[in-house]
Design a protein around this ligand. Structure first.
Ligand code: DON
Length: 308
């Protein structure tokens, strides 16, 4: 049974102490030059309750490169507008492959396995861009509103750095376009996707921005973004696909819907209770934060707050 807590702060303080030796392990994402210099010793963690109360430790208010964590929000925004038609463009099965892999796309006729590998996120951003005329702008507005932080912004250096090294994402987008699964011009789509990945936000910002998934689809202002069923679907896809070819191990250790990014951030959802965001830039070989996964493992073990 989950422990009843008056405040998450003592739990977070205990976790920060316990995983101190792990911050510094792993390597930053050096395939994006602007991220290569990140200090792997940094560690932050925040919990946001359903009413927007936030607790944090370490570098929890420090902005970092959100990267693939943003794939959760673009999925939610596209699903909210398009409904089930979105699933004609992207699947919802774990890939068992690295996040930037090309191999499954040919076997599966240009329909990516899920929205959280790069190919799937490109397909979702393409749809969102078609629906809004400015996918990354819609995403930034959403994150600013949900976090209550109007200063959230794109990091132009990171976006430029990814554009410079964008060959693999360009290959994925062109390949899907050859199957008719991309509607916008590929250069437009890539610009949108790199802007989306470059958004800088803190653990506090992301914990708050993910609250709608803990509130079964309800936004911070009380309006509904997703139906209860759609919120369940997004959480389920996070659990099964949110950490790529490590999703099984993440479910085993943490037992929560989660989504990682190569900036070292991970967001996790305890439906009906809270969200947790952790950041530490040292990554394991599958692109997930070493200290971040360990901290979430400790969080669910100490509190008993998991979906299982
Ligand atoms: O497209 C890329 O490779 C990066 N902008 C995002 C990758 C990412 O964060 C995958 N996550 N672990």
């Amino acid at each position: 049974m989950a422990i009843m807590l008056l405040s998450f702060l003592p739990v977070l303080e205990r976790i920060a102490e316990e995983i101190e030796g792990l911050a510094g392990r792993g390597r930053p994402a050096d395939y994006i030059p602007a991220l290569a210099a990140a200090d792997t010793g940094r560690f932050g963690m925040a919990v946001a309750e359903l009413d927007g109360t936030v607790y944090g430790v370490g570098d929890w208010q420090e902005p970092f490169s959100t990267q693939s964590v943003t794939k959760v929000y673009t999925l939610a925004l596209a699903l909210a507008r398009e409904g089930d038609i979105l699933w004609e463009h992207v699947g919802r099965e774990p890939s068992g492959n690295p996040f930037n892999s090309l191999v499954q796309l040919e076997y599966e006729n240009g329909i990516p396995r899920n929205p959280f590998i790069n190919a799937g996120a490109l397909a979702v951003t393409d749809q969102l861009h078609q629906l809004t005329g400015d996918a990354s702008g819609a995403l930034l507005d959403f994150l600013r509103e949900e976090s209550g932080n109007p200063d959230l912004d794109f990091d132009r250096d990171v976006a430029a750095s990814e554009t410079d090294r964008g060959d693999r994402n360009a290959a994925l987008a062109h390949f899907m376009a050859s199957y008719g699964n991309i509607v916008n011009p590929v250069p437009t789509l890539l610009r949108q996707y790199f802007r989306q990945c470059s958004i800088a936000a803190s653990c506090a910002d992301l914990a708050l921005a993910t609250g709608f998934l803990a509130r079964h689809g309800i936004r911070a202002d009380g309006s509904r973004l997703l139906t209860r069923s759609q919120a369940k679907q997004v959480n389920a896809v996070m659990l099964t696909c949110g950490t790529y070819d490590a999703a099984g191990d993440f479910a085993y250790r943490v037992g929560l819907p989660g989504k990682s990014g190569v900036g070292g951030g991970i967001i996790a959802v305890v439906p009906g209770r809270c969200t947790v965001c952790v950041w530490s830039p040292g990554l394991d070989e599958r692109g997930n934060s070493v200290a971040g996964v360990a901290a979430l493992d400790r969080f669910t073990t100490i509190t008993g707050l998991s979906v299982f």
